[in-house]
Design a protein around this ligand. Structure first.
Ligand code: FAD
Length: 390
């Protein structure tokens, strides 16, 4: 049975009446709590921790996870559309929710029953926020070459190294960290659930970025950080596989954030084009503008369909890694193009901070870089075709 949700921007086919109510709640939250704060929050670099806590209390941070641990037990199809709506209101918040999903993923998918009983309810409860630590200064796209070490000493690992580009770096309550416990290459990597308050763990000052300035991104230093061995997710040597399967899911999150951002840009462009008059007519009456808007709307809808197809495959228990890479690639390239075109539709006004489209444009760029650059997505997709060109 399909239920219809008519949102302010998009009409969606949802799987259940419950999910329709959820979408209405998320849209209301975005309109009341996020959208009005986005411009100033980005200008000042204020991390919206309070709003994320409120989303946690509403159950949004645990939406796709099992009910027995306080999650919302919603399919990816629903969770991702909620994420899209949040990103339409304020992309920094959408990205934060997506990163939290990524950070919880190892415990949810590879934690033992005992580990899940101990930590999962807390992680999904809404008050804690997670980070995901894979990248390092010398190991970006080539993530399997990471050098942060975790040396076993009795019932603990002693972790030393340097993680880079960590979203929520320095503000997260816990991190899923990929560390080297064995020899070189992917088989030497393990995954640890590290308490954000651990002694020896510190963050460098936040990166000064082109966009998304309200979202803290920082390097993390691990200096003799003692992590109890029972905080290892999966077996030693399984960390890289865990990290990659988390990214398969995370890429769907980035695709949904991309679509939300692009939808916001499209909405502004359409309403401006209807109002703005030149040559005695609204500029939307000129075919050069209306065809541009039509192409933008088609691109947004296409990317939405692509991530929803991948999400439904995931929900059905089918392989979805290639489809997730395609969705991330197409949606983030689309967001870059649509936000660029939105600036164009607004003309000079689009280039000023009087309208949000220049902020959307700056925010879009990072989506082509995070969770595997779009070149790396093409490698993943190419591998599925047997033509990766390495
Ligand atoms: C704002 C932000 C937030 C981030 N958040 C996180 C986070 O929370 N956790 C985390 O672990 N990481 C995070 N990252 C890191 C991100 O995942 C990396 O930036 C990304 O994987 C690329 O690594 P790199 O920056 O070292 O670029 P490099 O790997 O040095 O790549 C540079 C260029 O070379 C290209 N390239 C590299 N290898 C190939 C190849 N084989 N074929 C073709 N082209 C190639 C890349 O596509 C890119 O264009 C974040 C990054 C940013 C900017």
């Amino acid at each position: 049975m399909t239920s219809v949700w008519k949102g302010a921007s998009v009409t969606r086919l949802m799987p259940t009446p419950e999910s329709v109510d959820l979408m209405a709640m998320v849209e209301d939250f975005g309109a009341a709590e996020l959208e009005p704060r986005a411009e100033e929050g980005e200008a000042r670099g204020d991390f919206p921790r309070e709003q994320l806590a409120a989303l946690g209390e509403l159950g949004i941070l645990g939406l796709p996870y099992p009910e027995e641990f306080g999650g919302g037990a919603q399919p990816a199809e629903v969770y991702l559309q909620a994420l899209e709506e949040l990103s339409r209101a304020w992309m920094t918040v959408g990205v934060s929710v997506s990163v939290h999903w990524l950070a919880c993923f190892p415990l949810v998918t590879r934690g033992t029953q005992e580990q899940q009983n101990r930590w999962l309810a807390e992680l999904l409860g809404g008050t804690l926020l997670g980070g995901y630590c894979l990248s390092e200064p010398e190991s970006g796209s080539d993530a399997a070459s990471l050098t942060t070490t975790a040396v076993r000493s009795g019932d603990e690992y002693v972790v030393n190294g340097h993680k880079a580009w960590i979203t929520h770096g320095g503000v997260a309550d816990f991190y899923s960290a990929m560390v080297r416990t064995g020899g070189p290459g992917p088989k030497g990597i393990s995954c640890l659930l590290v308490d954000g308050q651990s002694a020896g763990l510190s963050a460098l000052p936040r990166e000064r970025k082109m966009g998304g300035s309200a979202s803290p991104t920082a390097q993390l230093l691990f200096e003799d950080v003692h992590v109890p061995a029972d905080r290892r997710m999966g077996e030693e040597g399984e960390g890289f596989a865990i990290a990659m399967s988390a990214l398969d899911a995370g890429r769907l999150g980035i695709a949904a954030c991309s679509v939300g951002l692009a939808q916001a840009a499209l909405d502004v462009a359409v309403s401006y084009a209807r109002e703005r008059k030149q040559f005695g007519r609204p500029i939307a009456d000129f075919q050069g503008v209306s065809f541009l808007l039509a192409d933008m709307a088609t691109a947004v809808a296409g990317a939405r369909a692509l991530y929803l197809d991948a999400a439904r495959r995931k929900d059905a228990g089918l392989p979805f890694a290639t489809e997730a890479a395609m969705a991330k690639l197409a949606a983030s390239d689309m967001a870059m193009r649509v936000t660029t075109d939105a600036v164009q539709v607004l003309g000079g006004a689009g280039y000023t901070q009087d309208f949000p489209v220049e902020r959307y444009f700056r925010g879009a760029k990072v989506l082509q870089i995070v969770e595997g650059t779009n070149q790396i997505q093409r490698l993943v997709i190419g591998r599925s075709l047997g033509t990766h060109g390495d």
